[in-house]
Design a protein around this ligand. Structure first.
Ligand SMILES: [Ca+2]
Ligand SMILES: [Ca+2]
Length: 228
């Protein structure tokens, strides 16, 4: 009986976490290290929603001679990416472009729900002023560290509405990594509180009967002592 109850509590707790998890998953951080070959590119695609805030960073690592070879950074939707792949002229989204660069970092907000492609290339593609690859050192390979952070809108919830006023005031470029530390304990705490409430409710229902029995026993013992 007691074991079954414990299992029930555990199940409730786990269900609660699974429900709370996605709701509170404000951040989705992705850090990758890549080697981009000579005349090659790499891309990651993300299905993004309106009002999500995205931070993209790229850092080129030094090559064997201690030099950082410039690369290009592009962010585009599916339609434009198809053109890019065919080496046709293309447009980027949200003006996210940095050509001939060794380091890039930008935070911006998504307006349109869409699949987007984050491209870092070591390829002389169909754009002027982009980096010109050179195969003379390290076979033209470039090592990069790519970092992506996706934050949900601060409040998707209905009700109240009205707000919004600030006009982008909520865009907080470079909100440190401290946010991460707040998320897990937060929903863990909520889960814990709800679990305690569930335990208390069930405990009160079950315990109610037992408490009465205990009282009676005590009364009997006490009266027994008196009689004896
Ligand atoms: Ca290029
Ligand atoms: Ca070019």
């Amino acid at each position: 009986m007691a074991l079954a109850r414990k299992f029930a509590f555990l199940l409730c707790f786990m269900m609660l976490l699974s429900v709370l998890g996605p709701v509170n998953a404000e951040d989705d951080i992705d850090e990758r290290e890549r080697t981009i070959n000579f005349h090659q590119w790499y891309e990651d695609d993300y299905d993004l929603e309106a009002n999500q805030t995205v931070t993209l960073s790229v850092q080129v690592e030094e090559n064997s001679t201690g030099w950082k070879r410039p690369i290009d950074v592009y962010f585009m939707n599916e339609t434009e990416f198809e053109k890019y792949e065919l080496n046709q002229s293309f447009n980027v989204s949200y003006n996210i472009i940095s050509q001939n660069t060794t380091g890039f970092n930008k935070t911006f907000r998504i307006d349109t729900e869409e699949k987007y492609h984050y491209v870092v290339d070591n390829w002389d593609n169909n754009r002027s002023n982009d980096a010109i690859p050179n195969g003379s050192i390290d076979n033209g390979e470039v090592d990069v560290k790519v970092w992506v952070r996706i934050q949900d809108a601060p409040d998707n919830g209905g009700g109240g509405g009205g707000g919004g006023g600030g006009g982008g005031g909520t865009t907080n470029p470079e909100t440190g990594e401290n946010d991460d530390a707040e998320i897990d304990p937060m929903y863990f705490l909520i889960g814990l509180v709800v679990m305690i409430i569930i335990v208390a409710i069930i405990g009160a229902k079950r315990g109610g009967g037992e408490a009465e029995i205990d009282d009676t026993k005590q009364d009997e013992q006490l009266s027994g002592v008196r009689i004896g």
